[in-house]
Every structure is written in C-alpha cells, then in structure tokens.
Design a binder for this molecule. Sequence first.
Ligand code: 4NP
Length: 159
Amino acid sequence: MINVLFISLGNICRSPMAEAIFRKRIDEAGLSGFVTVDSAGIGHWHEGKEMHPSARVLLGQKGISMGNHTAKQVQAEHLEAYDYIIVMDQLNLQDLSAIAPAYTDRYQLFSDFIPERAGEDIEDPFFTDEFEAVFEMLEAGCVELCETIKQQTQWKEPV
Ligand code: 4NP
C-alpha cells in the first residue's frame, strides 16, 4: 500500500481540496485499493471543522466528493506511515521540517508535480480567495502525482 498525505497550513482549503481531487483521480485510475490519501494542517486552529465553504462549493460544482472531511493537525509520530508527504508552500516545508525533522527526505512541494510550475507556492486561497486558480493547479499536480506513483511503484493494471 502507498500512503499519501497532503499538508497545508489550516487543513480547510488546499490540503483537503488536494485530498478530494486526488482520491477521485486514484479511483478513476483503478488505484484505490493500492493508494490511500489523507490530509492534515500545520496549525491546530481549525481542528474538527469542515472544509472552507468556498472550497466545498467549488468541489461540488466540479462533481468531486469531499467525503466527511474534518480538519486535523499533523502529528509528527504519524508521519512514518506516509510514503509521499506533499506540502503546499515553502512555509509549510519549513514548519514541517521543524516539527518533524526525521522525515524531511519524504517532504515534497506540491508544485513539483505541476509541469512548468515547479518550485512555486500554491498560494493560500484563505487569504487570496483564488479558489479556482488553486483548483486548477491541484488538478494538474494530481494527474502527475498519480503517474509518478505508478512509475515509482511499477504498478501494473490487474489482468
Ligand atoms: P489551508 O488554508 O492552509 O489551505 O488549509 C488556511 C486556512 C486557515 C488559515 C490559514 C490557511 N488560518 O490562518 O486560519
């Protein structure tokens, strides 16, 4: 089993959107029995809350199921279970490296999965309100992440 964790600051906008988009992607690719997906926040402020209303509306419009997301804070002791730990921006990367330095070799920037946009931050729509632009970036990166996992695990279609 391959375990994927998306991390953002609050776990109510970018990381749960990425989780929902990527879950749909792995379902469509036939990988849902092989890949798990989860999300968490650097901060604890929104623990127990559902996704940001604008994120919920947008995912609904795009026909993407949100499951029963409730925000949670990342727990350093749980990180060992994840093969791909994907953060939304450089600040997340710094914060996570301070919280859990043992796993820095597993931390990856989400934009490194978006062709032509490697190294960029996924700007926080909690502050910018640019939910649609974030959605487009997350969708593009999720396609590539799915392909990367297939290649790195040498996944084969069941016959
Ligand atoms: P996210 O959005 O990191 O994309 O989930 C945020 C949500 C809330 C806050 C920051 C970012 N906040 O500061 O409360």
